[in-house]
Design a binder for this molecule. Structure first.
Ligand code: BG6
Length: 516
């Protein structure tokens, strides 16, 4: 998140968009994209860099250099990226402005000589463009490629900043597959980069609505006093997807929803929701508070895992009126696979703010609806006053819903008297919707994160301790599942909301999942 002086963003006529936002000017740098011919680079990174260039948020001398195995000239690389840009309707003049700063170098990640070639290209570009040598190395590569790349960056002196310049490295998820591998990866990275240079990306943190969790809590006087176990009965966090594994069986079979979603995205939503207000709004203060939340959650024992988690795997069914095959029928999935595609977990945060207020998290693929939402469910009124007037129905809890996607926004539900002579209390909602209020779609998460990295702001990136604390808790669940087989893996039909046992997790506490 950026604060400071420099470029003024335009303000539109919409009164909610008034009040100018200021961003620090980005310094010139070279983005070096490892794995530039791959899917992530083409779908996310290069379009995000192009968009930042269109919005004049990158320094005009900033360059992008693709580095990957496939032999290609600069022009071939440009025409591949350009074809996709034209399909998205990027005007020619804007594309050309970006393309002038786009370069490509073929290289094998294991081959030291290819890095020497990369280094001379970078030196030459920096000299020609009169820029100091600031570099961002972006790892858009499978985890198995990282050791060779870090080894060579170190050996070829590409990691060390030049005089008066900086180097940074962005690492994509999955960041390891358990605590031991995450630690080994951190150690390997730290052989050539110190923690301040490392930007571990979790694209959920780049989503405008995830950042808004802190704005809602801390830029308004009313919510924070009500953000604790005194008022909040429990919290529900749902990340529901309708898609299946989209041809990614090779990766997903090893990951499952626990490693693919809970270790990172849901944990980020949890810590942003549960953290204490930081002393300052800077990277370390914010991340200190997020780590403290994780430290306040003891890893589950196997008995707690059996009792407090539910895991499922989608069977054939139908999603949005279309029939969907089961997970085990997906291409390249083992017919007897025991990988979970759904999980729900009940967590307790043992600190002054949250003791006694459970957090229920769930996520799954091939569910009935795509929705990411955090629901703060308030305690019911202590006294049933209206019973004396003949109203004997239970009164619904007030719920504050933070809608992360789609239909980004926030709503608050409360009881109102339904019109008429009889006493009837009905829940109604106050709604804020991003699109209607601001008249604009939020920027893509990658744009925000790439710009923050260029600005040297790591607030929205995961720190080493945060990642390791999350893995420690995830390992406790993964190991218990594997060693005890409890709770069992349950099938659920595609298009449902997971196995019914997921409802049982809340029903046991006298609660239920809210409809998303
Ligand atoms: C990715 C996971 O990190 O996040 C995918 O690997 C998942 O399995 C995706 O579908 C969800 O992201 P979003 O932004 O679509 O909610």
């Amino acid at each position: 998140m950026n604060a400071g002086v420099g470029i003024e963003l335009e303000t539109a006529e919409n009164p909610l968009r008034q009040g100018s936002v200021t961003l620090r000017a980005a310094e010139p740098c070279t983005f070096v994209v490892f794995g530039a011919s791959g899917d992530l680079a083409h779908r996310k990174l290069l379009p995000a860099l192009l968009q930042l260039s269109r919005e004049r948020l990158l320094h005009p001398k900033t360059a992008v250099v693709g580095f990957a195995r496939r032999e290609m000239t600069d022009d071939q690389f440009r025409s591949e990226v350009g074809a996709a840009a034209r399909e998205r309707g990027v005007p020619d003049a804007e594309w050309r402005r970006f393309a002038e700063n786009l370069f490509y170098r073929a290289g094998v990640f294991e081959n030291g000589g290819d890095y020497a070639g990369l280094r001379s290209l970078l030196d030459e570009l920096e000299k020609k463009r009169g820029v100091p040598g600031n570099r961002i190395y972006y790892m858009a590569v499978p985890p198995a490629a990282l050791p060779a790349i870090f080894d060579n960056l170190g050996k070829q002196k590409l990691a060390d900043p030049k005089e008066g310049a900086w180097t940074r490295v962005v690492v994509e998820k999955p960041f390891g597959r358990d605590l031991a591998s995450a630690r080994a990866l951190n150690a390997m990275i730290h052989e050539c980069f110190d923690e301040r240079q490392v930007f571990r990306i979790d694209h959920y943190l780049g989503k405008e609505t995830v950042q808004n969790i802190l704005i809602l809590r801390l830029a308004n006087g009313i919510f924070e006093p009500l953000w604790n176990n005194r008022w909040v009965d429990h919290v529900q966090i749902t990340v529901a997807e309708t898609i299946g594994i989209e041809g990614r069986a090779g990766y997903y079979e090893q990951a499952g929803v626990l490693r693919d979603m809970l270790q990172n995205h849901l944990t980020q939503l949890l810590t942003m929701t549960a953290m204490e207000p930081p002393a300052r709004f800077d990277a370390d203060s914010v991340r200190d508070e997020k780590s403290k939340v994780l430290r306040s959650m003891a890893p589950h024992t196997p008995e707690e895992v059996a009792r407090n988690t539910v895991r499922g795997q989608y069977a054939a069914g139908s999603v949005a009126g279309e029939s969907a095959r089961g997970y085990r029928e997906e291409p390249a999935v083992a017919p007897g696979s025991t990988t979970e595609t759904f999980m729900a977990i009940r967590l307790e945060i043992d600190n002054w703010r949250w003791a006694g207020t459970p957090f229920y998290l769930r996520s799954g693929k091939r569910l009935g609806k795509r929705a990411t939402e955090i629901a703060i469910v308030y305690r019911r009124p202590p006294h049933a006053l209206f019973r004396s007037m003949g109203y004997d129905q239970p009164i619904d809890s007030n719920v504050l819903r933070l809608r992360i996607q789609p239909d980004e926004g926030t709503s608050f539900s409360f009881g109102a008297k339904a019109p008429g002579w009889e006493m009837r209390i009905q829940p109604v909602r106050m709604d804020f919707n991003y699109l209607t209020s601001f008249g604009a779609e939020p920027p893509d998460a990658y744009e925000r994160l790439l710009l923050d990295c260029n600005l040297g702001d790591s607030t929205l990136f995961a720190r080493e301790d945060e990642v390791e604390l999350a893995w420690e808790r995830v390992d406790a669940v993964a190991n218990a599942w594997q060693e005890t087989g409890q709770p069992p893996l349950l099938p659920y039909p595609a298009g449902s909301f997971g196995p019914p046992e997921s409802d049982g997790l809340l029903a046991r506490d006298g609660r239920r999942w809210l409809r998303v």
